[in-house]
Design a protein around this ligand. Structure first.
Ligand SMILES: Cc1cc2nc3c(=O)[nH]c(=O)nc-3n(C[C@H](O)[C@H](O)[C@H](O)COP(=O)(O)O)c2cc1C
Ligand code: SF4
Length: 449
């Protein structure tokens, strides 16, 4: 394997994926990309798996699953006899989370890095097909098609569009859709690694994961581990939004404290009282607790703080907005986005959304709704075919904890004036700019307190 370090040493220390954008404010074409990063090495599946294992690469699609384990699972099922199906590689660039813009930003700013990741995985696995999935109507579709057609990869990348629904980009939904079915999750098993697209063992990876793979293959695990934490090495693309001066997508070393990440947006536009981490299926963190801003962005640290890294997003909630009312809006949205095929989503999520709405309005029903909510949340979490209801339950639980003072008021029949407020975060179309925020020096913005 060649070890083309090329320009990596020249990049700002915590910018790797978005380097072309920060350098020139435009994506590299193929020639510029090869000049910047060097040629893509070749590696067999086991060599690749060893590299990402040593690098400690974890999936960037939300769960943080070790990439090496998935690669090996697909490699183990490759054909050993004539007539069995060759592997398929699916790059998940759908970004179903409306609050997140990181995958769109990556595909816009560094498309060839993602295409490199798909190419090296497909070649290493001896795949018959490589598919890059993006949402229908994605504004980046045409440029992406042009970038893909400029390449001469051994396994050409096909670009597929998928309905822009929250659950359509869950991996089993994606596979079912590519197989001609509806874009809704299927009950596992078999997982895509066992039987996926066309019945073949299928590697489904997030586009950011694949872009990291392309850099690890060039520069090696030690280079990758130079940033981040031992448990979550490398950089993360994080969408920062809400009441911030410069919302957008930033690349940070994993483990950077929340306060330093928010500082990259040059401070809040108005007083802020909470942050939603991990997207709409994530969890609130209160800024009344000074520990919140010191919490490192890793799966483990956020879990210990009662939240989740998930799809890395940090949304600042303005103090004028009612956290419970905003949670009710988000729960209603999540209930409407479910595939409606499992009990917890079909009956549980609308009922949970109704209970939180009743609490928000402080009606006599509020106390009864509060009484049954905990039981309902227990019935919803962990009971669906996919993790969609778990995210909604996590969001609701965190709201009851973080906005406990407001909850008391609402239960006493004295809801705040903000209870009738409209949603402050985007519900359908992402309103957060997809392009990376201009890089600001950490510490230049006022903290979001
Ligand atoms: C409801 C739901 C929606 C999801 N949407 C996405 C998505 O838009 N993009 C994505 O990469 N992963 C999404 N995932 C995670 C995928 O199922 C899958 O784990 C991921 O694409 C694997 O990539 P990774 O290992 O690189 O993280 C979603 C999961 C759930 C439960
Ligand atoms: S849990 Fe909900 S979103 Fe997931 S498959 Fe079942 S109905 Fe669909």
């Amino acid at each position: 394997m060649t070890n083309a370090r090329v320009d990596a040493d020249r990049l700002p220390p915590d910018v790797r994926l978005l380097a072309p954008w920060y350098a020139d404010q435009r994506p590299d074409d193929l020639a510029a990309h090869v000049r910047r990063h060097g040629p893509l090495p070749e590696a067999g599946a086991e060599e690749l798996a060893e590299l990402v294992d040593d690098a400690g690469l974890r999936g960037r699609g939300g769960s943080g699953f070790p990439t090496a384990v998935k690669l090996r699972a697909v490699a183990a099922r490759r054909p050993r006899r004539l007539g069995s199906r060759r592997a398929v590689v699916v790059a998940n660039g759908c970004e179903g989370e409306p609050a997140s813009g990181k995958d769109a930003a990556l595909l816009h700013c560094a498309p060839h890095l993602v295409l490199d990741g798909i190419a090296i995985a497909a070649t290493g696995l001896g795949a018959s097909e490589a598919i890059l999935c993006v949402h229908e109507g994605s504004p980046g579709l045409e440029p992406l098609r042009r970038h893909a057609s400029a390449r001469h990869d051994p396994v050409p990348v096909r670009i597929e569009t998928v309905p822009a629904r929250y659950v359509a980009s869950e991996e089993s939904a994606l596979v079912q859709y590519l197989n001609g079915g509806p874009p809704v999750p299927t009950t596992a098993p078999p997982r895509p690694a066992e039987r996926g697209v066309g019945g073949a063992p299928t590697l489904v990876d997030n586009v950011e994961t694949l872009a990291h793979l392309a850099l690890i293959a060039r520069h090696g695990p030690t280079w990758f581990r130079a940033l981040g934490t031992p448990d979550l090495p490398g950089t993360l693309l994080v969408t920062i939004g809400g009441a911030l001066r410069r919302p957008g997508v930033v690349e940070i070393a994993a483990g950077t404290p929340i306060g330093d990440v928010l500082d990259l947006a040059c401070g809040p536009t108005e007083p802020v009282h909470a942050v939603l981490s991990g997207g709409y299926g994530g969890a609130w963190l209160g800024l009344h607790d000074p520990a919140t801003l010191r919490t490192p962005l890793t799966h483990e640290a956020l879990r210990a703080a009662g939240s989740v890294l998930g799809v890395p997003t940090l949304l600042a909630l303005p103090a004028r907005a009612c956290g419970l009312a905003q949670t009710a809006h988000l729960l209603r949205y999540l209930a409407g986005e479910s595939a409606g095929q499992c009990g917890p989503c079909r009956f549980g999520l609308p009922a949970v959304a109704d209970d939180v709405a009743a609490i928000v309005h402080g009606t006599p029903e509020a106390r009864r709704a509060h009484g049954r909510l905990a039981r309902r949340l227990d019935l919803v979490a962990g009971r669906g075919a996919c993790a969609h209801p778990d995210g909604a339950a996590r969001l609701a639980r965190s709201a009851l904890r973080v906005f406990a003072q407001d909850l008391k008021q609402h239960l006493a029949g004295q809801p705040c004036r903000a209870a009738a407020g409209a949603p402050v975060f985007p519900m359908r179309e992402p309103s957060i700019p997809h392009l990376p925020a201009q890089r600001a020096r950490p510490g230049t913005g006022a903290r979001s307190r």
